[in-house]
Design a protein around this ligand. Structure first.
Ligand code: PMP
Length: 426
């Protein structure tokens, strides 16, 4: 038995499913999860000593590649001064200043420890500030696992949602309206029907949780206009796409200004930092200034902030996003060329350092279209690639991530593996 298999057996005795976050369990692709021992740059190594080119990058944070020496140094220095104080530090101010500088729609920001906390708190803030209950989300967007957001569309058009998880009372989701991504008409109908009852619309402006699906400019613009007309708050969940698709996030790419933004992943550089922020006029409703409660023992943790702040500085180096974007498009252009050469029904798309591989005829624009993908082919492709030393997201419904350390040579190695893998599928 391999070390990975032994570890997986052992893990399942003390941890449900053997993992601390479900997608790690390889449930949809089958097989044994790889237990990672160490990582450097674009690579990681599993418990059997096998090397992989990593395309999940810790699901987004590892934009600089793994174990960047300056980030590790900052973490070590911060750790030597103590791990957590429960009192404010200057590092938190520096981090907030950096975020406000890079994302101009954020006038004030609060640090938290996970994306779930960021979106959950932004939602509570939007409801508290508007004194309204109803919220709109979109099918296929994931915003963490707060109760009100674990919802799928209701049975009728424009009826309120049903829980997608056991343990979420229907009462907790009865204010959440779930609409189709990229569907402007449904948005207009929803606002026509519920008008000034809607506290907020929350959206991934570039969706990365139903594979990569880009919003149309029209869709986001319609959302912005309707929120303005009806006094609702627009929340961009940029936990994944923030500092990933561009330095100023998806909002800078689409040139649409949300009222609130949730951030995570890249801003922690691999340690638990997330944030939510936006217009000061809304943020002032938060405790201790206002009546919306929100708190965290480890919020703004000094070691995590040191990793985050160093990462935020390093991504501002000249040409960082040009390079990241061009490496990622070389990868997806290569996938597309190989698929068409071999006649495999597969395509790829990217934005910034984020990409999608779809076993569909054309690039999907909604959850329903993504659901048409050929999962059996993806699963085979995933395992061929894994055997060849390329670690893709272990699910057809997840996006992939490229780091600044994915050089031409690494991309070429990946494409060589893809050509061999896809020819086995053809
Ligand atoms: N929002 C988005 C867009 C995400 O991609 C994620 C995590 N994948 C979350 C929120 C939740 O973040 P976390 O896992 O840190 O709680």
């Amino acid at each position: 038995m391999s070390n990975n298999e032994l570890l997986f057996q052992r893990a399942q005795k003390t941890t449900p499913g053997g993992v601390n976050s479900p997608v790690r369990a390889f449930k949809s692709v089958g097989g044994t999860p790889r237990f990672i021992e160490r990582a450097q740059g674009p690579h990681f190594w599993d418990a059997d000593g096998k090397q992989y080119i990593d395309y999940i990058g810790s699901w987004g944070p590892a934009i600089l590649g793994h174990a960047h020496p300056q980030v590790i140094d900052a973490v070590q220095k911060a750790a030597a001064n103590g791990l957590s104080f429960g009192a404010p530090t200057e590092g938190e101010i520096l981090m907030a200043e950096e975020i406000c500088k890079l994302v101009p729609s954020i006038e004030q920001v609060r640090l938290v420890s996970s994306g779930t906390e960021a979106t959950m708190s932004a939602l509570r803030l939007a409801r508290g500030a508007t004194k309204r209950d109803k919220i709109i989300k979109f099918e296929g967007c994931y915003h963490g696992h707060a109760d009100a957001l674990l919802v799928k569309a209701g049975s009728g058009l424009l009826t309120f949602g049903n829980p997608t998880s056991a343990g979420v009372p229907e009462d907790f989701t009865k204010h959440t309206l779930v609409l189709d991504y990229n569907n402007c008409e449904q948005l207009q109908d929803a606002f026509a029907k519920y008008s000034d009852e809607i506290a907020c619309v929350i959206v991934e402006p570039v969706a990365g949780n139903m594979n990569l699906i880009k919003a149309s400019s029209d869709f986001l613009k319609t959302m912005r206009d309707l929120c303005d007309q009806h006094g609702s708050i627009l929340i961009f969940d940029e936990v994944m796409c923030g500092f990933r698709v561009a330095l100023g996030g998806a909002q800078s790419v689409y040139e649409i200004t949300p009222d609130l933004t949730a951030l995570g992943k890249v801003i922690g550089g691999g340690l638990p930092v997330a944030a939510f922020g936006g217009r000061a006029e809304i943020m002032k409703h938060l405790a201790p200034l206002g009546g919306v409660y929100q708190a965290g023992t480890l919020s703004g943790n000094p070691v995590a902030v040191a990793a985050g702040l160093t990462t935020l500085k390093l991504i501002q180096q000249a040409d960082f996003y040009e390079t990241l974007t061009s490496q990622t498009s070389k990868l997806t252009a290569g996938f597309n060329a190989i698929a068409s050469k071999l006649g495999v029904e597969m395509c790829a798309d990217s934005i910034g350092g984020m990409f999608g591989i779809y076993f569909t005829k054309t690039i999907p624009t909604s959850y329903a279209e993504m659901m048409q993908a050929n999962n059996a082919s993806f699963n085979k492709f995933f395992h061929f690639m894994l055997d060849a030393g390329v670690y893709l997201a272990p699910s057809a419904f997840e996006a992939g991530f490229v780091s600044i350390t994915h050089t031409d040579e690494i991309i070429q190695q990946t494409l060589t593996a893809a050509e061999i893998s896809l020819s086995q599928l053809a």
